[in-house]
Design a protein around this ligand. Structure first.
Ligand code: SAM
Length: 251
């Protein structure tokens, strides 16, 4: 039975699957996490390359039938990846992810330790991940991903490579978590929250948002006449540090 609400668009192009596995450069001693294995086009290939594959699938009928065909080094966890508190220890992640959970899933993965992720997203979402300032796609996710990882959009995959066919094309993205942050922050949580707030008011000048949300009337702050989509992640970091110390002084 089709379950469109679970983002069940299955990859039917074997060469795309082969290339995804190659992009991840899997070694024989590595454990790989796959989210949403579906009918297993990636799972079986991953199992040939990796020591172990841990696949999390929400749909019981898909999980059951994959278990029947999968080799011994594949472990299938039946469940909703977003509700699993602690993901297992893994080296790499390779997945054609369910598009409807792209954002929460990406943020969840950023809290885990892994060496590399090769993920298929909807093209528009992938463009947001790698976007630079002064572009329409530049958004909160671009800033957050830049802070946590080196991100590269490797390939666009036409919608004809999936069944049932989705409405839009997809893109393969490679994420390599940074060993150290690209800039110093006084308080990460404050930076994440400021980034979220500024992008929720992306058409407003920074000055207006700082005034309305943080009740700040300090004219010495930089970038007050800019809009957030004109600022690099580094500049948002600089603003975050200055605002954080200014608010600490006030309170
Ligand atoms: N990997 C397969 C492929 O490439 O053909 C299937 C990809 S399909 C885009 C997404 C898969 O994720 C489906 O099998 C779907 O049932 C599963 N899924 C959807 N939501 C999920 C969730 N919250 N947790 C785990 N799996 C989920």
């Amino acid at each position: 039975m089709k379950k469109p609400h679970l983002g069940q668009h299955f990859l039917i192009n074997n060469s795309v699957a082969d290339r995804e596995i190659n992009y991840a450069g899997i070694c024989k001693d590595e454990t790989v996490l796959e989210i949403g294995p579906g009918k297993g086009i990636l799972t079986l290939r991953l199992a040939e390359k990796a020591k172990k594959v841990i696949a999390i699938e929400i749909d019981k009928s898909l999980a059951d039938s994959l278990l029947k065909n999968a080799p011994e080094n594949v472990e299938i966890i039946l469940g909703d990846v977003l509700k699993i508190d602690k993901l297992p220890r893994i080296d790499k992640i390779v997945s054609n992810i369910p598009y409807q959970i792209s954002s929460p899933l990406t943020f969840k993965l950023l809290n885990y330790n892994f060496k590399m992720a090769v993920l298929m997203y909807q093209k528009e979402f992938a463009e947001r991940i790698v976007a630079i300032p002064k572009t329409k796609s530049y958004s909160r996710i671009s800033v957050m991903l830049h802070y946590h990882a080196n991100c590269e959009m490797i390939e666009t995959v036409p919608k004809t490579c999936f069944l049932p066919q989705p409405k839009v094309d997809s893109s393969i993205v490679r994420l390599i978590p940074r060993k150290s942050p690209p800039f110093d922050l006084m308080d990460e949580t404050f930076f994440f929250s400021l980034t979220k707030t500024l992008f929720s008011h992306r058409r407003k000048k920074i000055k207006t948002t700082l005034h309305n949300i943080y009740d700040l009337k300090d004219d010495s702050m930089p970038y007050l006449e800019n809009r957030v989509d004109e600022l690099t992640p580094e500049k948002i970091g600089e603003l975050s540090n200055l605002l954080y110390s200014s608010l600490k002084k006030i309170n």
